[in-house]
Design a binder for this molecule. Sequence first.
Ligand code: PSU
Ligand code: MN
Length: 300
Amino acid sequence: MTSILKISPEIESALKKKMPVVALESTIVTHGMPWPQNLETAQQVEQDVRDNGAIPATIAVFDGFIHIGLSKEQLEWLAKSKNSMKLSRADLAYALSKKRIGSTTVAATMMAAELAGIQVFATGGIGGVHKGAETSFDISADLNELGRTNVITVCAGAKAILDIEKTVEVLETEGVPVIGYQTDELPAFWSRQSGVKAPLRLDAPEAIGELWKMRRAINQHGAMLVTNPVPTESEIPASEIASFINTAIKEADARGISGKKVTPFLLGHMFEITNGRSLVTNIALIRNNAQLAAQIAKHC
Ligand code: PSU
Ligand code: MN
């Protein structure tokens, strides 16, 4: 199985020495942010992980291999590419066998991290249950993956373009501990508040590491989801973002956007109608998550 992985020498040596490593996804680069902020952010987030004492491992698929740790050229290629695949559990093996280039979503990054032996992963926001899922059935494969794959996943909550209450219900069904980091309320990506109570709360990276070890002690499989509110100075309060979200969802409906295209469309449209403000917040929250993930990795 590991012959499918190409792990960078730095990461390989860190894993052997049991040093802290943080996995990073690449769909945020190819489908989540516009050029050139996508490349700048990906590089900055790797630096944030280093500044907090861990080794970054950005993950993507090239040449029939899952690459754990990307070269400068690979990251730049992804950031500029218009046709790389957005890979999830359903198509990761397809991309490998057809030697396609693909970025990894939360689900595929978790799979790759587990294969490589990386225990902590930082992203922006997870995929979840879309509004109107009762008719569209649009529920991200990220949720099912969280239920089955052993990686601590640090995010800023579910994007407020989603139905956060239904997302939490599915996570509960999947047996995923959903932890508010220093908060009793689940954060909602761009906003610190969602109006939905966090099922669990922990206030320190050490405590998250302890819970992780306890899960292992009782032989539990699956992820832990740490939800980390965006820093106050960068947030767009829920009251301000709500109307933008409604506009974006209506536009997606009007254009008949479906499947894998929904999340990238909504993110791109939010960027336009907020005059770039949603992106500034997105960058702040992913950096914040990478910093926390590095601190957690030191306690696993
Ligand atoms: N959050 C972001 N930007 C993104 C995503 C999440 O800020 O690009 C990506 C993640 O890779 C996540 C995916 O796994 O969107 C979810 O897509 P879908 O809803 O199609 O499952
Ligand atoms: Mn979907």
